[in-house]
Design a protein around this ligand. Structure first.
Ligand SMILES: [Zn+2]
Length: 301
């Protein structure tokens, strides 16, 4: 038994005024055939050596038991279910609507009722697959309040785009897993944060920055830094194509969050890079920025 706090008040166990302790006790209970250890909260009366529970404590203790059971059997806890719902800022009732579940289902799962594994899988999918959830949401547009629907949809799209960006980054790093030879990576591993910053830095200072010039500037920055300081800046690996040095994964890199461009007609369709709004340098060192400035001076007009 652990005392959390004590308070001088009327004790409901012995009906006298004294210091009543708020305590936690580790208990064991059987739930659905599983032996579960959980932490329960009680008020403790030292006069009568008795534990008592308020309404709130009864609810909390019941939830603690069930959450420990869920942890033990690999189900989402009530708190995890709540967090998944909060990713999309969606109400308990509206989420139930989207999933075609009874209106109080989510509320119950976040409180006293343990979900079955089929529903648990659905809840996990909402968290792991925002695109799937977006589809579900769009199917239920007519059943949701329109203002709320707009908010949920915005959140779902935001999640989806975040995830897409993560996949993209993973894919680029996967391509680079093949390049271990220091002589082609310039002695550093790929650093996409630095790549994105270098692109933004160039875009902020060079008018009409198109693909060929950008790639040339990146290559030159890495080469120059290698020559002066013994290692490249970005870790990009360049292959020599007729148009110049092209970084591996270039097509994916330009789609990353933080890389911004206007699509313009310039002979053909072309990407003109522009700095991200509120762009600031956070990953590149002062020494690296000096190199970028030198590159802009030489190639940036
Ligand atoms: Zn008492």
């Amino acid at each position: 038994m652990k005392v959390l706090q004590s308070e001088y008040k009327l004790c409901l166990s012995c009906m006298e005024k004294h210091r009543v302790d708020l305590v936690t006790v580790v208990e064991q209970n059987i739930f659905k055939g599983e032996k579960v250890d959980f932490t329960a909260v009680y008020e403790y009366c030292s006069n009568a050596d008795t534990f008592s529970e308020t309404e709130d404590m009864i609810r909390a203790n019941d939830l603690a038991l069930k959450d420990e059971y869920r942890k033990k059997t690999g189900l989402l806890t009530s708190e995890e279910i709540r967090s998944i719902r909060e990713i999309y800022g969606i109400s308990q009732k509206d989420l139930a609507t989207v999933l075609d579940w009874g209106p109080a289902t989510i509320t119950r799962y976040e409180n006293h009722q343990v979900q079955d594994t089929a529903h648990d899988d659905v809840l996990r999918t909402i968290s792991s697959n925002p695109k799937w959830f977006l589809g579900k949401l769009e199917n239920k547009e007519d059943c949701l309040p329109s203002k709320a629907y707009t908010k949920y949809r915005h959140k779902a799209k935001e999640q989806y785009s975040k995830q897409r960006n993560q996949y993209l980054r993973d894919a680029i790093y996967a391509i680079y897993a093949n390049f271990e030879d220091e002589s082609i990576t310039g002695g550093v591993g790929l650093n996409l944060d630095k790549v994105i910053e270098a692109i933004n830095y160039f875009a902020a200072k060079v008018i009409n920055l198109y693909k060929v010039k950008l790639m040339k500037m990146l290559w030159y920055a890495d080469a120059l830094n290698y020559k002066r300081h013994g290692k490249a800046i970005t870790g990009l690996v360049y292959s020599a194509l007729p148009m110049g040095a092209v970084p591996e994964g270039y097509d994916q890199i330009v789609l990353l969050d933080g890389v911004n461009f206007d699509v313009v007609l310039y002979d053909d369709i072309a990407y003109r890079f522009k700095p991200a709004p509120y762009f600031t340098v956070r990953h590149l060192s002062g020494q690296e920025i000096e190199i970028l400035d030198k590159v802009i001076l030489e190639l940036g007009d």
